[in-house]
Design a protein around this ligand. Structure first.
Ligand SMILES: Nc1ncnc2c1ncn2[C@@H]1O[C@H](COP(=O)(O)OP(=O)(O)OP(=O)(O)O)[C@@H](O)[C@H]1O
Ligand SMILES: [Mg+2]
Length: 284
């Protein structure tokens, strides 16, 4: 015996309509937000291109300043009272040059190519790029870097991008913190993996957001401060190399005598093997 179908009543039709309307409204909002994000991404893309040409523009006068300073220095004697100032000009221009060089390399598009990399290289480059921001905010950086780590299989440029993203997030999280501290520790917890921990004493990640932070476009920052792609990109890059990035549980204690931190991210990268290394995976 087949059950008799009840005919839709006016009330149930009304309810279904209301639900559809709500769904359309939700999709419209989502679409509007996605469009705004696309516009913002387009702007950032443009900004990247502007930076590239700015780097080019800055290089010319900088080279000029440096060579004039060198010319003046060559005419000076060791006892000249102005010598220290000229040496300082040379040193400062060299510093800007190396910053620009790192920026240039950072902005270059990279393929997922595995090279044998000392993980501390890209880490130090990232710290140099953010040196000014860290100093201006009065942040202390504690380093506990392990000696004699094996090389990892990744591209230096990509790892630098991962560390820049994590460190920028740490700096942001420390904005209103009383104690402004970033810790970075490297180790080899297992034979096939090198681990870098980046932690900060900032505001932390709330329990309800812990599962969401690696999603594309998830952000808790104001529109002009965050797009919500930093961590998603970190994860994408590291997965490409067979590595990972993870937010560690709240009360994870650090070894190396480092103080406890509110937020800790663990980056894990496979150790480099010359022969039989798996074929590079291309990012989609
Ligand atoms: N160190 C941290 N401390 C506290 N919250 C963090 C930290 N790192 C990330 N988060 C949280 O995760 C969210 C996502 O981070 P993600 O880097 O992906 O995007 P974003 O920093 O908001 O924007 P973008 O990186 O695109 O500029 C952040 O908005 C923040 O809520
Ligand atoms: Mg970020």
């Amino acid at each position: 015996v087949s059950p008799r179908k009840s005919r839709p009543t006016a009330v149930s039709i009304e309810q279904a309509l209301a639900a559809s309307r709500a769904e359309v409204h939700r999709l419209r909002t989502e679409l509007r937000e996605t469009r705004d994000l696309l516009i913002q991404l387009g702007k950032m893309n443009e900004l990247g291109r502007m930076t590239a040409s700015l780097i080019h523009e800055i290089n010319q006068p900088l080279a000029g300043i440096k060579s004039f300073a060198q010319m003046v220095r060559r005419k000076m004697t060791e006892s000249d009272s102005q010598l220290a100032k000229i040496v300082a000009i040379e040193e400062q221009t060299s510093h800007i040059e190396s910053l620009i060089d790192r920026l240039r390399r950072f902005s270059r598009q990279e393929r997922l190519v595995r090279d044998p990399i000392d993980v501390h290289g890209p880490l130090e480059s990232a710290l140099t790029l953010l040196e000014h921001r860290i100093r201006k905010k009065g942040i202390t950086v504690d380093l506990a870097l392990a000696a004699n780590l094996p090389s990892v299989a990744a591209s230096s440029n990509h790892l630098q991008q991962v560390f820049v993203n994590l460190l920028v997030n740490a700096c942001d999280a420390l904005d209103n913190a009383l104690e402004k501290r970033i810790v970075i520790a490297s180790s080899q917890p297992e034979k096939e993996r090198v681990e870098v921990i980046v932690g900060d004493s900032g505001h932390g990640v709330s329990p309800e957001n812990r599962a969401k932070i690696f999603e594309y476009f998830f952000t808790t920052k104001p529109e002009d401060r965050g797009t919500g792609i930093g961590l998603a990109i970190c994860r994408e890059i590291l997965h490409g190399y067979g590595g990972s990035v993870e937010l560690l549980p709240d009360s994870t204690a650090l070894s190396n005598g480092l103080p406890p931190m509110r937020t800790l991210f663990a980056v894990r990268i496979p150790v480099w093997h010359p022969a039989g290394a798996p074929a590079p995976v291309r990012m989609s």
